[in-house]
Ligand binder design. Sequence first.
Ligand code: SF4
Ligand code: SF4
Length: 271
Amino acid sequence: MSEFIRKHKFLIARRFTQIGIMFLYVSANIWGWKILVGNLSSSKLFEMIPLSDPFATLQIFFAGGLIVFDLLLGALFIILFYAFIGGRGFCSFICPINIITDLANYLRRIFAFDKVGHKLWLSRDVRYYLIALTLIISFIFGVGAFEFISPISMLHRGIIFGMGFGWALVLSIFLFDLFVVKNGWCGHLCPLGGFFSLISQYSFIRVKYNKKKCSECMDCINICPEREVLHMITKKSEYVIDKECILCGRCIEVCNDDALSFNIRDFLKDK
Ligand code: SF4
Ligand code: SF4
């Protein structure tokens, strides 16, 4: 049991924060607890500290909506946290869709879907084009384009206030990831994940690779949802500095050689 916990400590921590945060939002709605009130787009911590999704705020700006001071301040807090500390940790520690896509990825591995059938190739840069498209559509139609159809908001609001048609979209993402493209949604399409990649590219917390300890089993590459970020494996000791790393820690957990660890980035050694 303790070995299981040791090999899944980050996964357990991630599920704990993902479910815990949803619980706090739900408890505010049902029992009136005032710890975390609102939803992932805009909320208040202890009725004092505003927290806003900066991508949603940007969409409101492009749509010509009113950006009130609290919204702006909340977006600034989130940007500062992920830009300097949290990296793309929103995706692995907060976003509820990550639980769905991780499940699809797990089933894909168990049933070896990668080894059968036709493989559809999709560029991992599509998410960055979708950010631009989202802002253009927001500007033209005067609504937050991604917020309007976001499965993240739908799932999150659905859990807090009750689910409508959002289930169909969430199910589509699950099936897309399971049968069509590995890590299809989070690793290729989601503009919010792409946005967090862009703002967190210089964050301090990073995975560090030690080549001297590595036996080149490739378990880390096989488990990583953004496998391209581990391009240095077998080549040289280095930090994972690519912005797409979601800091999930799965590579560290599966490594039996202790060759990977969380570390504070050394900017002087970066290329
Ligand atoms: S990529 Fe998008 S859906 Fe996936 S975990 Fe990140 S924000 Fe959530
Ligand atoms: S490099 Fe490691 S921490 Fe980063 S996304 Fe891949 S498995 Fe997760």
